[in-house]
Design a protein. Structure first.
Length: 308
């Protein structure tokens, strides 16, 4: 007689886990492993990291997933290692080498290239990316040898610090805006010098004010009991802590949840998402303020508490 294996029951858990994604697995695989450890009913991540990249991957459980978009739009930080003198099909170490050139780059010309690509620039997304064309990710076309024309996008490279320079390798600490592809930045730096490059390693170190220094590995999480794991979660409003805060009455919070436009005359930026809190510090969600009408309007709310 066979005995059926009982799966652990899932929990309605809410909060943000700062996960340190390891090398060699996809972001979705890392997400699902974290979800199983927490027995979470609902989970999502905020921004894909390739299997060959490691580092900060915020995971949103339950209600926190409603506010994940505000991390997708955030600035980010990376530590990237470039291998100079080699171009690959994918722009990183996973691809095949398709061209070679000199790698005996002088530090001063490398510094000049980094400076030239700092600030507001335009960048063409790589074919090996998750951007979609006619419903399919670009990397699916690339694997078939098909090239799709991509439009250049406006991005900002706030800072490039050279932390190690030992040709053919160079390691950079980069702070950049959303939509930046570090593999393309590596190729563009090399192109400015007149050579090739690809990423040999990439680690996300920061996003939206969160640091990988405060992130937790899957192995560490697996060693903890459930209570200790739960204690590592950040509250849902941690994802929107950069937005202005307002405090509202219980009646106003109730009106917003019911779809009404309650009167509110406090000082706040017009039409900008605001973090609203009810008495006793309860996070209501995001609202916008219309000074013309003196009202609040729901943008994205936490679910209303269930009655006993």
């Amino acid at each position: 007689m066979t005995t059926a294996t009982t799966r652990p029951s899932k929990r309605p858990i809410h909060g943000v886990l700062l996960l340190d994604k390891p090398l060699g697995i996809s972001s979705n695989t890392a997400l699902q492993r974290a979800r199983r450890l927490y027995r979470a009913e609902k989970a999502g991540h905020t921004g894909v990291l390739d299997p060959l990249a490691s580092g900060l991957l915020p995971v949103c459980f339950g209600e926190a997933a409603k506010f994940a978009q505000y991390l997708l739009d955030a600035d980010k930080g990376y530590t990237a290692t470039l291998k100079l003198g080699e171009a690959t099909t994918t722009g990183d170490a996973e691809g095949d080498i398709i061209a070679t050139a000199r790698s005996d780059i002088a530090l001063n010309e490398f510094e000049q290239a980094c400076t030239a690509l700092t600030g507001a620039i335009r960048q063409v997304p790589p074919m090996f990316s998750a951007l979609k064309h006619e419903g399919k990710p670009l990397y699916e076309y690339a694997r078939q040898g098909i090239t799709i024309e991509r439009k250049a996008r406006d991005i900002t490279i706030y800072q490039i610090n050279i932390s190690d320079f030992s040709p053919p390798f160079a390691t950079l600490d980069v702070r950049c805006s959303k939509g930046t592809y570090i593999r393309t930045l590596a190729e563009d730096i090399a192109k400015h010098i007149g050579t090739f490059a690809h990423l040999s390693a990439l680690r996300r170190t920061a996003t939206a004010g969160f640091s990988v220094a405060n992130a937790h590995t899957l192995d560490h999480l697996a060693e903890l009991d459930e209570h200790a794991r739960d204690a590592l979660l950040l509250p849902c409003d941690a994802l929107v802590a950069h937005l202005p805060r307002i405090d509202v009455s219980a009646d106003t919070a109730r009106d917003v949840h019911c779809g009404r436009l309650p009167a509110w005359t406090g000082a706040a930026p017009a039409h900008t998402p605001l973090r609203a809190y009810a008495p006793c510090g309860g996070f209501v969600g995001l609202v916008s303020h219309s000074p013309e009408h003196g009202t609040l309007k729901a943008v994205r709310l936490m679910s209303t508490p269930k009655s006993d």
